[in-house]
Design a binder for this molecule. Structure first.
Ligand SMILES: [Zn+2]
Length: 276
């Protein structure tokens, strides 16, 4: 991946639209190339700034009333045919002041047209970026990349143990939060170990479970206060992602096992991790 390719793919990367391998190649390039990394950070913070800080102004009710009454007035006093079309007719008759085509269109029709154009610009340019499930999709890409990376790079675990009493203290010592760790061997999801990972701009815990020949990365980190508490399922590129929040911790399970099995895993994990 060179600078040119990175630049070309940057939008897709920011929007979380790239496959994990490409995303990983970009991440690699960003680590090595200061210029592209700077460009990436600038764009990312711009997107965040737009998403978080776009002011929302509610028009005062007097303004609404004024617009409505002037529109009502306009349609009774100057119906459209006397306005726009009348102006055109006069224009063709070579009136002394041909610029009257603009001056005779009632100002509020122009204002209305301007508002419609402005709205169209906002809808076509700004909204897609705001409404794009941006953060989620971006995070999903990061999660899948983290999962794929752990399987590719022969770095599935930092601490390889099926003993939750080994994995938990190891993670607790390295993180500023204490994720629940349970072994689900008896239920067919043996604990393989734990790992530190870096996601969503912070260090996170990854618990690794096995299901037959497949692996589940369960990423855990503290939930933001405004985190949606509703469990969420995302299917992308053949991977299942399952999100839930428990005891103010974010849980994201990522695997290529089917959704039903991953749901089963989630349920077992929750049953056993909640203190009785
Ligand atoms: Zn570069």
């Amino acid at each position: 991946m060179n600078c040119e390719e990175t630049t070309k793919l940057m939008d897709g990367y920011l929007d979380g639209e790239l496959d994990p391998i490409t995303s990983q190649a970009i991440e690699q390039h960003l680590r090595e190339c200061h210029n592209c990394d700077q460009a990436y950070k600038t764009q990312r913070s711009l997107i965040c700034a737009i998403g978080n800080a776009t002011p929302y102004y509610k028009a005062p009710s007097e303004l609404r009333e004024r617009i409505q009454s002037s529109l009502r007035k306009e349609t009774t006093e100057h119906p459209l045919r006397n306005g726009v079309r009348g102006a055109q007719v006069q224009f063709h008759k070579r009136q002394p002041e041909p610029r009257s085509i603009l001056s005779e269109i009632p100002w509020n029709w122009l204002g209305l047209a301007a508002a419609i154009i402005l709205a169209a610009i906002i809808v076509s340019n700004v909204l897609p970026r705001l409404q794009r499930p941006g953060n989620d999709q971006f995070l999903a890409t990061q999660l899948i990349a983290g999962h794929v990376r752990s399987l590719m790079a022969n770095h599935l675990t930092d601490v390889a143990s099926s003993d939750q009493h080994t994995v938990k203290p190891w993670l607790d010592a390295k993180l500023d939060f204490a994720p629940a760790v349970v072994d689900l061997s008896n239920e067919g999801f043996p604990l393989i170990g734990g790992r530190l990972d870096y996601l969503d701009n912070r260090a996170v815990a990854a618990l690794i479970y096995q299901r037959r020949k497949h692996f589940i990365n369960l990423f855990v980190w503290p939930a933001a206060p405004d985190e949606t508490r509703t469990p969420k399922t995302i299917t992308r590129q053949g991977y299942q992602l399952l999100h839930w929040v428990e005891s103010d911790l974010n849980y994201w399970a990522v695997s290529d096992i089917n959704e039903k099995e991953l749901q089963e895993f989630k349920q077992l994990f929750e049953e056993q991790s909640v203190p009785h």
